[in-house]
Design a protein around this ligand. Structure first.
Ligand SMILES: Nc1ncnc2c1ncn2[C@@H]1O[C@H](COP(=O)(O)OP(=O)(O)O)[C@@H](O)[C@H]1O
Ligand SMILES: CC(=O)N[C@@H](CCC(=O)OP(=O)(O)O)C(=O)O
Length: 297
C-alpha cells in the first residue's frame, strides 16, 4: 500500500515535467476572483500555486477582482450600486471606495498571502509606473424606435483600457517578484477609473504576449444548453455559441475579453473553476484540465 502511494506520488510529479519544460520562461496571466478569493482554504492553495509556478521558472502575473468586497464596504457606508451590463455605475464617492478596497485591502491581502507562502509579491494599481491608461466608457443603448436617437448611459468613473505600458510589470516579472494588479486605470487628466478586472487581465495578457490567460470563476467553465461542460472551444465556436444564446449574461464580456486576447497573440485562454482546490496547478501541470480551454482555432 505504502509503495503504491509512493508510486502514485512519483507519477503525479513526473506528469508535471513536460508542462514545466513547455511553460518555463513563459508568462501566465491569472485573473483571481470569485469564491477562490473569499474562501480561506482556496485562497491559500491559490497562493501556493502561484509561488510554485514562479519557482519552476514560469512568470505568473495576477490581476484580481473584488466586486463583492467593494459591495460590502459600500453597504457599511450606507451606499448601494447599480450594475449596467455587469459594470458598476461609479460616482465619485464610489470611486473612492473602489480605490480603497481594490488598491488597498484586497490587493495587499493577496500580496501578503503570496508572501506568506514564500513568494515575493508586489502590489500595483494602474497608477503605479503609470501603467494602465484608461478612458471613460461611453455606453449607448438603441432608442425605442429606429427614429429615436441612441440613449447615452453615463457609468460615471468606469473606464476601459486605452493602452498599457508594460515596463513596470515586465521589470518585476523578469526578476524574483510576482506582480499583483488591481484593476484601476488612470486617465490623461490623472483621474482614476474603475475597470472590470477581466478586461484588465485580457489586455495585460495581450500586451505581454502571454502564453496563457486563466480566468478563475465560480462555475465549471463554459457550458452547453444542457449544462454539459465544453472543454475545448475555438473563436468560431464562441461566436456561434453567443449567436445561438448558449453564452449569455456575465459570460459574454468574459468570452469577449478571451477572444480579444487570443486575437492579440495570447496562445490559450482557460476559463476555470476557482472553487476547485489548486485549480490553477491542475490546469497547468496535469493532463486533466479543470475548465474550458479556448484556442484561436
Ligand atoms: N454558456 C454558459 N456557460 C457558463 N456560464 C454562463 C453561460 N452563459 C451564461 N453564463 C453565466 O455567466 C456567469 C459567469 O459570469 P460572471 O458571473 O460575470 O463571472 P465572474 O463573477 O466570475 O466574473 C455564470 O454564473 C452564468 O450564470
Ligand atoms: C466597472 C466595474 O464593474 N468594476 C468592478 C471592478 C472589480 C471587479 O471586476 O471584480 P470581480 O472580478 O470580482 O467582478 C467593480 O466595481 O466591481
Amino acid at each position: 500500500m505504502k509503495d503504491k502511494t509512493a508510486h502514485q506520488i512519483a507519477h503525479v510529479l513526473i506528469e508535471a515535467l513536460p508542462y514545466i519544460q513547455k511553460f518555463k520562461g513563459k508568462t501566465v496571466v491569472i485573473k483571481f476572483g470569485g469564491n477562490a478569493m473569499v474562501d480561506d482554504a482556496l485562497k491559500h492553495s491559490f497562493a501556493r500555486d502561484i509561488v510554485l509556478m514562479k519557482l519552476v521558472g514560469i512568470n505568473p502575473i495576477v490581476v484580481h477582482g473584488g466586486g463583492p468586497q467593494i459591495g460590502d464596504l459600500l453597504k457599511r457606508l450606507g451606499k448601494t450600486s447599480e450594475f449596467i451590463d455587469g459594470m458598476r455605475v461609479t460616482d465619485s464617492e464610489t470611486m473612492d471606495v473602489v480605490e480603497m478596497v481594490l488598491g488597498g485591502l484586497v490587493n495587499k491581502e493577496i500580496v501578503n498571502m503570496i508572501n506568506m507562502q514564500g513568494g515575493k509579491a508586489v502590489g500595483l494599481t494602474g497608477k503605479d509606473g503609470n501603467f494602465i491608461h484608461a478612458r471613460k466608457i461611453n455606453m449607448t443603448k438603441a432608442g425605442a424606435t429606429l427614429d429615436d436617437a441612441p440613449e447615452i448611459i453615463d457609468l460615471g468613473h468606469v473606464g476601459e483600457v486605452s493602452s498599457i505600458d508594460p515596463a513596470v510589470v515586465e521589470m518585476l516579472g523578469n526578476s524574483d517578484f510576482i506582480p499583483v494588479i488591481a484593476p484601476i486605470g488612470v486617465g490623461k487628466d490623472g483621474h482614476s477609473y474603475n475597470i472590470n478586472a477581466d478586461l484588465v487581465a485580457g489586455k495585460v495578457a495581450e500586451v505581454l504576449k502571454a502564453e496563457k490567460l486563466m480566468l478563475l470563476t465560480n462555475i465549471p467553465g463554459i457550458m452547453d444548453k444542457q449544462g454539459n461542460l465544453l472543454t475545448g472551444l475555438t473563436l468560431i465556436d464562441i461566436d456561434n455559441l453567443i449567436a445561438d444564446g448558449t453564452i449569455s449574461g456575465g459570460m459574454i464580456p468574459k468570452t469577449r475579453c478571451a477572444t480579444d486576447a487570443l486575437k492579440g497573440g495570447v496562445t490559450s485562454v482557460h476559463i476555470i473553476d476557482g472553487r476547485v482546490d489548486h485549480a490553477v496547478l491542475l490546469e497547468l501541470f496535469t493532463n486533466q484540465g479543470v475548465g474550458t480551454l479556448l484556442l484561436r482555432r
